[in-house]
Write a protein that binds this ligand. Structure first.
Ligand SMILES: [Zn+2]
Length: 461
């Protein structure tokens, strides 16, 4: 879909080919493309000369010598072709403007969503569709208008920025770029974005659009009339469409989510959402006493999510059972639940299957945690053995590593009636080097009072 800079390029190309040309007649090959009365449209254009062009949001305005304007929106795939009068028409050519000098301008649209209308020069900005188009970023000297418009809006800032009636110019691609540059999470409630952040957003919008228009401008130079008058050009994008690429700022993998149905790429580390509660992550080897530490942290107002429990709940779902059946031959299901003891033994026998299983399960766990977090009124603590190996790590504001000496670990496992050998075998690949990545390390080698002291030291700061 052409965005503001692409439309700008289209206009420059139209100027190059059609400015000063007089329309002899108009053929409309698909009536639905024209809004309003079709005869009025054709009659109004007949004999008029194109005197100038104007861009309003993503609309193209043709100013005519007879005090009328054509308003054109390309929507998804609309494009113009400039041709000699005798050139044949194509299947998707919908409107043809014949000029008196034996040339023609053809509107072509494979998706047929584009629309065109004619209005009077005296009031075209006061009637639909243009009366619903807000100023573009270059017409705004500061962000006061954005501040006023977003003041009571709980919708995501991305959705708010896409609302062309407030500010026209940012489409899906450039909104992602602007939010990345300004380090704003796309789902931040619009009303929570500060005035100074809005100023940054406005400034970045101008810069991003200007850079794109500059890139597009270079294509005008080499433009020939055989090619369609489109805004297609290559522009260096930082985040849009780069899911799973490393963020150039922090190295974290970009994530893709859907905001109000629009695909959105962002950096989970650089772009934090102040609209959702804090997320702390806790990890450590098996038998380190993580659950005890969680209970102590819960006293500080945290809601605790245990990833083991989340996994067990997921195992009960048909979707997960189907997914895992494809990886694990003969997956044993008892009473609509995966037999976990059987699975444990299987994974010890076939350790190469463990990574495949984890890839599927961990992704789902991250989704569950994210969703819980969005709906939580209190800060959340997530307990996960695999914290650092998954996206949970990047979602966490702070992380805690619970360390334990072997003697204490054995006594912890013993008191849980675990098969110590099996438990340690299953966790033999636990990565202790992750301790260095943690924000805090808690040593569980003394008594509970000592643990509590360490927890309080973190949360009473
Ligand atoms: Zn980043």
């Amino acid at each position: 879909m052409p965005e503001f800079p692409e439309v700008n390029v289209v206009i420059k190309k139209l100027e190059l080919r059609t400015l000063g040309k007089t329309i002899k007649s108009v053929d409309v090959l698909r009536e639905q493309t024209i809004e309003g009365d079709l005869d009025h449209f054709k009659k109004t254009l007949q004999g008029s000369t194109i005197s100038s062009f104007e861009q309003i949001g993503k609309f193209i305005v043709f100013h005519l010598s007879n005090q009328n304007v054509i308003i054109s929106h390309l929507r998804m795939e609309g494009k113009y072709f400039f041709k000699e009068e005798n050139a044949p028409l194509g299947k998707h050519d919908l409107v043809v403007f014949h000029f008196v000098d034996n040339t023609k301008l053809v509107y072509n649209d494979t998706r047929r969503f584009g629309r065109m209308s004619v209005e009077s020069e005296s009031n075209y900005k006061d009637v639909p569709p243009l009366c619903n188009v807000g100023p573009n970023p270059f017409e705004m000297k500061d962000a006061s208008l954005l501040e006023k418009a977003y003041k009571n809006k709980s919708i995501a800032i991305k959705t708010a920025l896409l609302d062309q009636s407030i500010m026209a110019g940012l489409g899906n691609i450039y909104t992602d770029e602007v939010l990345y540059i300004t380090k704003v999470h796309p789902e931040t409630p619009a009303k929570m974005v500060s005035r100074s952040k809005l100023e940054e957003i406005l400034q970045a919008s101008k810069e991003v659009l200007l850079a794109a228009m500059k890139a597009g401008g270079s294509t005008i130079h080499s433009f020939t009339s055989e090619e369609g008058i489109t805004g297609d050009f290559q522009v260096q994008l930082q985040v849009y469409g780069k899911r799973n690429s490393a963020c150039p700022r922090c190295g974290t993998k970009f994530r893709k989510i859907f905001v109000n149905g629009r695909g959105t790429t962002y950096c989970p580390k650089c772009q934090k959402n102040p609209g959702i509660p804090a997320l702390f992550g806790i990890t450590g080897p098996i038998g380190a006493g993580k659950s005890t530490v969680c209970e102590l942290i819960a006293k500080h107002g945290f809601k605790v999510l245990d990833c083991d429990k989340i996994v067990h709940e997921l195992y009960k779902t048909k979707e997960m059972q189907d997914k895992l059946s494809r990886i694990i031959p003969g997956l044993k299901i008892v009473n609509n639940d995966i037999d976990r003891a059987w699975l444990k033994s299987f994974l010890i026998k076939f350790p190469n299957k463990k990574a495949q299983l984890e890839k599927v399960v961990h992704k789902e766990v991250v989704d569950v945690v994210e969703n819980e977090l969005k709906h939580s009124k209190q800060p959340v603590l997530v307990e996960a053995a695999f914290l650092f190996e998954t996206d949970l790590y990047v979602l966490c504001d702070k992380t805690i590593f619970v360390n334990v000496d072997q003697k204490k670990q054995f006594s912890n496992l013993e008191s849980r009636n675990d098969d110590i050998g099996k438990a340690l075998l299953l966790n033999s690949n636990f990565d202790y080097s992750n301790m260095k990545k943690a924000t805090y390390v808690i040593n569980n080698d003394k008594n509970i009072a000592n643990l509590e002291k360490q927890v309080d030291a973190i949360f009473c700061k």
